[in-house]
Design a protein around this ligand. Structure first.
Ligand SMILES: [Zn+2]
Length: 312
């Protein structure tokens, strides 16, 4: 039984996940920017204890997925903007001391990739790229069954590869990153600008735009087609770079995947002719609402489970 912790910008969740990736119990609490690390640690400990009690289980280890930057090697938190007082703190070491088990930490998108690779849509695929498309674009890369990490344990930021240098400004400093063009907010911003020109209803959510596109609204249809085009360009880049077995797609925008995938596939087929692009499957993430918790548990298995097999 693995205690799973998911630390995100809006909520912190904890739960107990069994060896088949099933969530036996869970609870969550809002992420509070002002919370000190000591209060945060206390919260994590009490949430883990309560979910363990609820599941009636003993803990074998703890896996953590957190929005970055976090250092998966040392367990230390970096400049995580929604938890400024956690900087330099080490929940891996502290939780290991309190619960007397081994603890592993990864960036939450990497945790998501490991979850889908181990127990979800990416099962039995050794080369896969996991992409979440929602308010931002994040992802994780698994090569030959192992999570790919960069220098110093760094997490690659696939949402910040530039698709159009004349595109909208991005939070990272570039213009026209994948994240600035293919996310829900990017689609909503484009729609609002175009609607202002045509004097039609402006400020809509990406979800609403997708609904309107289904009903045949022409401007919403164009917004979706544009989203599919940019989604396709980013996926084509990933296919050209990694030629993976599969790309697993998750995130809120992919709840309307049927609106985007045909257009994206068309873009891929136009520009990936030097690689066997048709062999890279585009599959939807399958772990559902608890994907982050399940991924956090998988972080532990990925780090320590293989050692157990080797020792046995
Ligand atoms: Zn960017």
């Amino acid at each position: 039984m693995i205690g799973a912790v998911d630390i995100g910008g809006t909520k912190i969740a904890a739960g107990v996940v069994d060896e088949d990736g099933r969530v036996l119990s869970r609870m969550e609490s809002p992420t509070e920017v002002d919370r000190s690390y000591e209060q945060g640690l206390e919260l994590l400990v009490s949430m883990l204890r309560r979910t363990l009690q609820e599941a009636g289980q003993k803990l074998d280890g703890i896996g953590i997925g957190s929005t970055g930057p976090v250092n998966p090697v040392t367990g230390e938190f970096g400049d995580v903007d929604f938890l400024p007082r956690w900087r330099g703190k080490n929940p891996v070491r502290d939780l290991a001391g309190i619960f007397n088990v081994r603890v592993a930490l990864e960036n939450d998108a990497d945790a998501g990739a490991l979850g889908e690779a181990g127990w979800g849509a990416g099962k039995n695929r050794s080369r896969l790229v996991y992409v979440t498309i929602g308010t931002g674009i994040g992802g994780g890369i698994i090569l030959n069954g192992q999570l790919y990490r960069g220098v110093d344990g760094a997490h690659p930021e696939i949402g910040h590869h530039v698709i159009d240098p004349t595109g909208p400004p991005c939070s990272c400093g570039f213009r026209g990153c994948w994240e600035a063009l293919a996310t829900g907010p990017a689609m909503a911003a484009w729609y609002e600008r175009e609607a202002a020109d045509s004097n039609s209803q402006g400020s809509l959510s990406a979800k609403r735009i997708c609904q309107l596109a289904r009903q045949g609204d022409p401007l919403a249809g164009r917004a979706v087609a544009r989203g599919a085009y940019y989604l396709g360009l980013g996926l084509a880049n990933l296919i050209n770079l990694f030629t993976p077995d599969a790309i697993v797609l998750g995130g809120s925008v992919m709840k309307s995947a049927d609106l985007f995938l045909d257009g994206a596939r068309k873009v891929i087929s136009q520009g990936c002719r030097f690689v066997p692009f048709e062999k890279t499957e585009l599959v939807l993430a399958s772990l559902g609402e608890d994907a982050n918790l399940i991924g956090a548990a998988r972080v532990w298995h990925h780090r320590f489970g293989q050692q157990e097999v080797a020792c046995a």
